[in-house]
Each structure stands twice: as C-alpha cells, then as structure tokens.
Design a protein around this ligand. Sequence first.
Ligand SMILES: *[C@@H]1O[C@H](CO)[C@@H](O)[C@H](O)[C@H]1NC(C)=O
Ligand SMILES: *[C@@H]1O[C@H](CO)[C@@H](O)[C@H](O)[C@H]1NC(C)=O
Ligand SMILES: *[C@@H]1O[C@H](CO)[C@@H](O)[C@H](O)[C@H]1NC(C)=O
Ligand SMILES: *[C@@H]1O[C@H](CO)[C@@H](O)[C@H](O)[C@H]1NC(C)=O
Ligand SMILES: *[C@@H]1O[C@H](CO)[C@@H](O)[C@H](O)[C@H]1NC(C)=O
Ligand SMILES: *[C@@H]1O[C@H](CO)[C@@H](O)[C@H](O)[C@H]1NC(C)=O
Ligand SMILES: *[C@@H]1O[C@H](CO)[C@@H](O)[C@H](O)[C@H]1NC(C)=O
Length: 393
Amino acid sequence: MAIPRTSLVLFLVSMFFDSTFAASSSSYNVISFGAKPDNQSDSTQAFQAAWAKACASTKSASIYVPRGRYYLRSVTFNGPCKNNAISMRIDGSLVAPSDFRVIGNLVAWIMFRHVNGVTIAGGILDGQGTGLWDCKNSTKDCPNGATTLEFSNSKNIAITGLTSLNSQMFHVVVNDCQNLKIKGLKIIASGDSPNTDGIHVEQSSNVTILNSHISTGDDCISIGPGTFNMWIENIVCKPGHGISIGSLGKNLEEAGVRNITVKKALFSHTQNGVRIKTWGRPSNGFATNILFQKIVMDNVKNPIIIDQNYCPNHKDCSSQASGVQISNVTYQDIHGTSATQIAVKFDCSPTNPCVQIRLEDINLTSRKNQTAQAVCSHVEGIATGLVEPTSCF
Ligand SMILES: *[C@@H]1O[C@H](CO)[C@@H](O)[C@H](O)[C@H]1NC(C)=O
Ligand SMILES: *[C@@H]1O[C@H](CO)[C@@H](O)[C@H](O)[C@H]1NC(C)=O
Ligand SMILES: *[C@@H]1O[C@H](CO)[C@@H](O)[C@H](O)[C@H]1NC(C)=O
Ligand SMILES: *[C@@H]1O[C@H](CO)[C@@H](O)[C@H](O)[C@H]1NC(C)=O
Ligand SMILES: *[C@@H]1O[C@H](CO)[C@@H](O)[C@H](O)[C@H]1NC(C)=O
Ligand SMILES: *[C@@H]1O[C@H](CO)[C@@H](O)[C@H](O)[C@H]1NC(C)=O
Ligand SMILES: *[C@@H]1O[C@H](CO)[C@@H](O)[C@H](O)[C@H]1NC(C)=O
C-alpha cells in the first residue's frame, strides 16, 4: 500500500523535530527574567531565576547573558541540578556593588556549590574592589572581602575566556572540586592590591589551568592542602607574587599535595617565581611529585624558593620547625633574571629536611650584575646539566 505523500512528509518532519528537541537544550536568556544591562538595576533575582530554571531542567540547559553591564548584589548557583550539562554564555559584564560593605563579609560574590557539569564561556566579572583596598590600606576596621568567583563541592567544570577585574579578595577559588578546567582566564588587579590572589585551589583534584594571564597584587596561583593531579601550563604572571604551593602545614592534621606540574610560565617583575611555602609548625602535611618546567624569570625577586619558616607576625610558630615533608621536586629548564642576588633559596625544615630536590638546566643571573647565588639549609638533592648559580647541594 502506497503511503500518501503528505503523510510521509509529516512523518519525516515529526521525526526530525522529535530528535532535534530531544537532543537540544533549553535556553534561558537572563533578560527574559528581568535582568537589565544598565549597570545599576539589581539583576540578582533575574540571574537566580534563570539558574533555577536551568538547574531544574531534565535536559541540558544554557543560560545566556547578552552584552551590557549587570549589577549583581551576590549570587549563589546551588546544585545539585536535574541535569549535568548547564552552559552559561556571558557576552556582558557582571558588576559587583561599588560599596564594598555590601558583599565584604561574604565568602564569595558569585558562588557555585554542589554542581556537576557546568561550563562558563566569556564574560567579565567586575569585583569593584578598589574601595576595599583603600580601606585596608588606610585603616584596620575593614571587612575581609569576598572572593569574586568560587566553585565549591563541584565537579566537571569548564571555564573559558573569562576575565576577572579588581576582585575585593581572591579572584577565583576552587575548593573541594574534581575535574575542573580553566582556559584563557584573564585576571587584572593592581600590583599593590592586598590579598587579591589570582586562582586559589585546595582540596581538589584534576584541576587544569591553561593559557592564562594574571596581573594581581598577591599570588598568581596558590595551591592549598589536599590538592593533587594538577596541571598548569602557559601562564603569564605579571605582576603578582608568583605560583605558590602553600601555605601548607598551618594545621597539625592536614592533607598533602602531590603530582603538580607547572609548565611554560613567564614571571615578570613578580615577588616570587615558583615557591613552596609552609608554616614553621608541627603538621603531618606533605608536598611531593612536583615538576616546574620551561620557566622564564624576568626580574623576579625570589625566582626559585622553598620557605619552610613562614610565621607571619611571629605568632604561634616562632622557633618551631615545620612538620611538612617536601620531596621529589624537579626544577627543569628555568632561566632569566633575578631581581636580588639570591636566585635559588631552599630554606627547609630542620626536623623534616627537603629530599629528592633536582635542579636541571638552570640559568638565573642577577640583574644587578652581581653573581647570583643559591642558598641551602636542610636540603638534599642533585644538580644536572648547566646549573647557574652553582647549586649548594
Ligand atoms: C557602572 O557603575 C559603577 C558603580 O557601581 C561605576 O563605578 C561605573 O563607572 C559604571 N560604569 C559604566 C560603564 O557606566
Ligand atoms: C597603599 O598605600 C601605599 C603607601 O601609601 C601606596 O604606595 C599603595 O599604592 C597603596 N595601595 C593601594 C592599593 O592603594
Ligand atoms: C583524575 O585523573 C586521573 C588520571 O587521569 C583519573 O584516573 C581519575 O579518575 C580522575 N579523577 C576523577 C575524580 O575524575
Ligand atoms: C598526575 O596528574 C596528571 C594531571 O595533571 C595526570 O594526567 C596523571 O595521570 C597524574 N599522575 C598520577 C601518577 O596520578
Ligand atoms: C617524582 O615526581 C615525578 C613527577 O614530577 C614522577 O613522575 C616520579 O615518578 C616521581 N618519582 C618518585 C620516585 O616518586
Ligand atoms: C646564562 O644566561 C646569561 C644571561 O642570559 C647568558 O649571558 C649566559 O651565556 C648563559 N649561560 C650559559 C652557560 O648559557
Ligand atoms: C658585569 O660584570 C662583568 C664581569 O663580572 C663585567 O665584565 C661587565 O662589564 C659588567 N656589566 C655591567 C653592565 O656592569
């Protein structure tokens, strides 16, 4: 029996639509929830409402933020959600309150919690932090400040092409997350802004940071306790305090750090290059299997440094030794200039000396045309290839 032509067409059309709709995602534009890109109307509720829809969707969902400036008091994107594929495309800027007191005591201005499978592409996060910096600079009675963007208890996250401007405190925090990838992040804050770490990661695994440019007033990237399998590649830190593993060992019981790779980085006019830093206090923490490779230093105060005697204000730790065991750290193909005479400094713990430290193809010269030096205490290691300044192992 011949099928009538129109029925066949309708049948094919309906098949096409069924499969298209089944595979396609729901899309939510924040404007249709009442967000206003005018830099002053409060768009907080609109963003929360768009998230609530995307999170409740049983199929993949996307949130779209068109061009313009959206004032947000503070937002929390909570999971768990009914799907694990929410993408957020941001063509505009999200603007924090310029009065720092509004968010100054929050953990984070923009917080993602208990989410799985979230992608953020594009966007400028304007933390409006300068007021708080001035406050901290002139008096002591200021709030701590909020992190601009935090991911907590989350997994399978990708962030690409995001810019964070003038955060009150840390720009991006990754806490208790698995499988998180950051690509093409730009961080911009003044070199003298207090506590404005670029990216801080802790209690997390499988975190990757690629192709990112960080200019800030504190650590460009800091790696806290409980972090493992982390890969950092193609980073410019200019200015800032460098890439730091630590501070570790603040607590007696503390998860260790292992398998961290930092590859291809440029540090320019920074306080440190690659640093490992621990408190001078008892702790069962550790840092092991760490590789720093293909790094250029341009006028860096402490290009290569391990400091196990961190004790700010000499409180609760002076004359104590760090319990953190540092082992298997390789520095390979690192060259450029040191802004001070001491280009390599290993100041390890007298009770837990650093072991298996390896220097390979290092050429650091002192900018002031003095001979650069390496200083060591409580460290055991080997040097291979050209190592300048001469190692003190
Ligand atoms: C947006 O508003 C902030 C105050 O919250 C102000 O500092 C800024 O200059 C405004 N930007 C534009 C482009 O209007
Ligand atoms: C803080 O004050 C010092 C000294 O007055 C100044 O050099 C620095 O630029 C100030 N920092 C900020 C962020 O305003
Ligand atoms: C992290 O990566 C490792 C090595 O690629 C893999 O074996 C492991 O399953 C990953 N962990 C998670 C939580 O995905
Ligand atoms: C170390 O971490 C990398 C990711 O940064 C991962 O690919 C690799 O499998 C990890 N190695 C071990 C021994 O877990
Ligand atoms: C030392 O760490 C590297 C990673 O940096 C790892 O590949 C190697 O297996 C480790 N060596 C030992 C003896 O654990
Ligand atoms: C080390 O670097 C300096 C400055 O770039 C350079 O003049 C010198 O030739 C290098 N040394 C070696 C052995 O490559
Ligand atoms: C740097 O020191 C070397 C010898 O140590 C000397 O030959 C050279 O002229 C000095 N350069 C400058 C710019 O002072």
